[in-house]
Structure formats: C-alpha cells, structure tokens
Design a protein around this ligand. Structure first.
Ligand code: SF4
Ligand code: SF4
Length: 464
C-alpha cells in the first residue's frame, strides 16, 4: 500500500448548481489545464489575428454585408453560394456530433468561445481580486476602498476584454482597419457603435456574470449531448469502484486506508469545478468537460502516493471492467458522413463557376431607332469569384443581323460584381415574332474555352 500524507480539508464547499450565490472556482495546474490554455490560445490567435490578415489586397476574412459577399482568403461567396455555406454549418454540426460520441463535451471544455472567454475573465478576476480564498473573503467583507478598487479593476478589465472582442467581431463585417481608424477619429457610423456596444455588453455579461448559466440554460448543445454519449464514449468520470467508500484520512494511517477506497473526500474536485458540481455524482448535464477535476484529483493522488486516474476520461464500459469499443457503428457512421460532406464541399467549391452572368431586361418595351431597327436594353450582372481579376468578353447571339451599344469586354476585379448596361438593335424584318430569344455569351481570356451564357427575351412588334 502507498505511503500516506494528510490532506487539508476544505472549509467552504462549492454551491450546488442552480444555487443563487456565486461559484468561485479554485485555480489548479495540470496537464489538462495546459491543454485548455493551448486550446484557448489557438482560438484567441485565430479570432484576433485573422481579422487583421490581408489576402490579395483585401481583408482575408470579411462578411461584406453592404456588398452581400463573403470573402474567405482566396474564395468569395455570394448569396447564390448559400448552399456551400450551409454545407460548412453541416460539417461543423457533424464534427461536433462525432466528437461528442467519441469523447463527450471536449468542445465545451477546450474550445467553446463561452468557456474560453470565461477562463480569461476568471484570469482577470484572479489578477484583480486574488485566488479563491481571497475572493471569498472579499465577497464577505464590508465595502472598503480596497474592495471598491479591486472590484473596479476587475470590471474595468472585463469591459476592456469585452470591448476588444466586440471591435474584432464587428471588424469581420466591416473592414477592421477602417473601423479602428474611424473609432479613433470618433467618426464611426452609428450602426458600428451600436453593435460594438451590444457585443461588449454581451461578452461582459456572458463571461463575467452568467458564465456556467449560459451552459445550463441557454446552450442547446448541453441539453442534447447527454443523449448522444453511449457506453463507449470517453467522458470525464469518477471511478467509484476504486474510490468508494470515500473518507478522509492521515497519510500514515494505513489501517484506515485499507478500509477505505482511494477517494480521501478532500472535495478538491468540487472546488475547482467552474460549474460547481461534484463529478462523484456521475455524468451530469452541468459538466462542461473541462477536466479541471482530473488535474485536481491527480495532484491529490500524487500527494497520497496513489495511482493517478481516480477521476479520468473513461467509458461506462471501462468503469465496469470492460474494454472500450472505439469502432462502433454510430461513430463510424458520423465519421463517414463527415468525410463525405467534406469531400462534397471541396468538390462544390472547386467545381463552381468562377464567373457568373445574370441578365435583366429593361422593364420598358422595345424602342424604334433609325433605319427601321428595334432596340431592347439589358443589364448584365457579371461576377468574378476568382482571386485574380478577369477580362471578360461579351458577345450577343440569336440574330443574324444586329448591332450593340455598350462595351464588348470589361475587366472585373477579384471577388467583384459589375453591372454592364447593353442595348441590342435588330432590324424589324429579322424578327420572327413579338418575343424572340437573345443569347448573351461571356468568355474569359484567362480561361480558354469557358463560356457562360444567359438567354432572355428580345421584344418586338407583334407579327401577324
Ligand atoms: S465536473 Fe470536472 S470536467 Fe465537469 S465541469 Fe466540473 S471540473 Fe469540469
Ligand atoms: S475524487 Fe479526488 S479530488 Fe475529489 S474528493 Fe476524491 S480524492 Fe479529492
């Protein structure tokens, strides 16, 4: 049997979920905390960094609401590409399903923005008010200058993080460099200021005040994730067979130690839990899978000289002495579907036409021009979804004799849409009926053989 040490008991148990008083989680280091920090740093670097990246002379990722187009690096998506954007959402959803069946709420614990921003707000809180015990004391202390200063610093930091988050978020919808310059010059538009105010408040409230309540009451994923895990999912679990009967003990009390399980009932796993639950009560909807309880318990096990893993990633089958089955039909099914969706999406992006043409006929009727010609007017909408400019040649078909007024070719910039007004005049004698077909052909010099066509109606006087 291992050598025993005494372990300090806690003075104030964490509140139960749903309790009205605030949860003050204890900070704890360990392997999973480092993983969480790494996940958070990657997310932060992507969120705050990508907004400032340029690609081909424009912001790399930008949802241009005014122009109704979405740039992601070299690709530009227009409203007609909505099906591809919907496919991205489907891929994300099935990726999440796959992860949940495999390992429970790993997404929530390591990469969900609500969790990551809450960890950062907790860090700011610790910076301003100290560790858990100091914060508990400060909560109970009367209002002094020190308390006001510390609270002020905490809320100031929270608001600052919220503000930077909000400016970056709005910067994904309106070019961020111009937005920041306008804010500094106090010339930002009313809408930009409104959304920055809105998202600052939302971040401050969600990560500072609501925290785990967002996961309990507002997040739909938290509701259905418990129905997705199965007996083979690797979820954070307490090994009751090893830990029970629980009980405190002195490190050297070998006799007590032999009578009890490995859980020394120190409640450290409860103190570190950001949602205030006790993992020893089994899998609960409130568990966000952050693994803080694993780090805490492993460190206690180290101090006691016991093997690590009393709280660990384990499947229900594993805890019952069986072997976890990773290759089960549901998991394989999600994986196959996910691979299929990614393949279809890649094919859809690669094979979509990079130049599109929409033809709108002028609302008016036909016009007579000199020499017995009939004229119709059109608006050609040319879109270049490519990452480089294209010279587009416009040709008209459908008639043997005709003349056009308008450009025969035009340069369309990368990710741009231009509207080209064009009139077609046809001798009245060449028209077969009152409504004839006219074909517009657009070819691109950069891509030999690629021709796109748009057919519409050419109106003339009725023929009897
Ligand atoms: S029970 Fe453990 S994994 Fe779940 S939220 Fe609490 S500390 Fe995180
Ligand atoms: S499970 Fe581990 S951390 Fe939790 S009370 Fe038992 S020994 Fe302490």
């Amino acid at each position: 049997m291992s050598r025993l040490i005494s372990v300090k008991q806690i003075e104030s148990p964490a509140p139960a979920p749903g309790a009205t008083h605030k949860i003050q989680p204890r900070s704890f280091s360990g392997v999973y905390r480092r993983l969480r920090i790494a996940g958070g740093l990657v997310l932060f670097a992507l969120y705050f960094g990508v907004a400032w990246l340029d690609w081909g002379g424009r912001q790399a990722v930008l949802w241009d609401l005014a122009e109704k187009k979405f740039h992601i690096f070299s690709a530009t998506f227009w409203p007609e590409d909505l099906v591809l954007l919907a496919a991205i959402l489907l891929i994300c959803a099935f990726g999440l399903f796959f992860l949940t069946v495999l390992a429970g709420r790993v997404w929530c614990g390591y990469a969900c923005p609500q969790s990551v921003w809450t960890w950062v707000f907790l860090w700011a809180e610790r910076l301003a008010e100290g560790d858990r015990n100091r914060r508990l004391k400060l909560d109970a202390a009367p209002l002094t200058a020190n308390k006001v200063a510390r609270r002020g610093m905490k809320h100031g930091l929270w608001l600052l993080i919220g503000l930077v988050t909000a400016i970056t978020f709005v910067g994904y919808f309106t070019p961020i460099r111009g937005l920041v310059a306008d804010l500094i010059a106090m010339e930002a538009s009313g809408w930009a200021v409104f959304w920055i105010f809105f998202f600052t408040s939302a971040t401050y409230l969600n990560a500072g005040w609501l925290r785990e309540k967002v996961c309990f009451h507002m997040c739909p994923y938290g509701r259905f994730q418990s129905s997705m895990v199965d007996a083979d999912s690797l979820v954070i679990s307490y090994d009751a067979a090893r830990g029970e009967p629980r009980g405190s003990r002195k490190k050297d009390d070998l006799q007590v130690s032999q009578e009890l399980g490995d859980c020394i009932d120190c409640q450290m796993c409860v103190q570190v839990c950001p949602t205030g639950i006790d993992i020893r009560d089994g899998l609960q909807m409130e568990c966000i899978g952050c693994a803080a309880c694993i780090d805490a318990c492993d460190s206690i096990m180290d101090k006691m000289g016991y093997a690590r893993g009393l709280v660990r990633y384990a499947s229900e089958r594993d805890l019952k002495g069986g072997k976890t089955n990773l290759l089960r039909p549901r998991l394989v099914g999600y994986f196959v579907f996910l691979a299929l969706m990614i393949g279809l999406f890649s094919w859809g992006v690669a094979s979509r036409p990079l130049v599109t043409l929409d033809v709108e006929r002028d609302r008016g009727m036909y016009r007579y021009t000199g020499g017995g010609n009939i004229e119709n007017s059109y608006l050609l909408k040319l879109t270049n979804k490519d990452s480089s400019p294209r010279y587009l040649v416009i040709e008209v078909g459908g008639f043997e004799e005709f003349s056009t007024t308008g450009p025969g070719g035009i340069v369309v910039g990368a990710g741009e849409r231009v509207e080209v007004p064009l009139s077609v005049a046809v001798p009245s004698s060449s028209l077969d009926s009152g409504a004839n077909d006219v074909v517009f052909e657009v070819s691109t010099l950069n891509q030999e053989g690629a021709v796109i066509t748009g057919t519409t109606t050419f109106l003339g006087p009725p023929k009897h």
